[in-house]
Ligand binder design. Structure first.
Ligand SMILES: [Zn+2]
Length: 129
């Protein structure tokens, strides 16, 4: 075991880097199915010829969960909302920030953001627009 910097998951970290720079992207096959990077084949039809596309600047909440009992990592943060959001043809999962959890509803418009944590890992988050 080594300690120090967290292991870099290149595909996902590249995606977070781009998103943090306001330059988010996703992958799309020729049939218009969107996939969240990193990915080598379309999640729907399996096509391997994926094009990189610009991620829409905002998306909408498709479904969500209000977490009231945290894992140790999220101690002191409850209640918080984890949402599955739709950005065009791709879906992203993350925590919704700056919102009263009880006011979140399907269709809420959100913008993606990248949050850096104390342990130097990063998380995908959303903020209401
Ligand atoms: Zn496809």
């Amino acid at each position: 075991m080594t300690s120090g910097a967290p292991v870099r998951d290149s595909g996902f970290d590249d995606f977070l880097d781009a998103l943090a720079d306001g330059d988010g992207y996703y992958l799309e096959c020729s049939n218009g199915h969107g996939s969240f990077p990193p990915r080598r084949a379309c999640r729907v039809c399996g096509e391997t010829d994926l094009e990189q596309r610009t991620l829409p600047s905002s998306g909408t909440v498709e479904t969500f969960t209000i977490v009231r009992v945290p894992t140790p990592q999220f101690e002191g943060e409850t209640p918080y909302v984890t949402a599955i959001t739709a950005f065009g043809s791709v879906r992203l999962t993350g925590i919704v920030r700056d919102v009263d959890p009880d006011s979140v509803e399907r269709g809420l418009t959100v913008e993606p953001s990248v949050e850096r944590w104390d342990d130097d890992t990063r998380r995908l988050t959303f903020e209401p627009r």
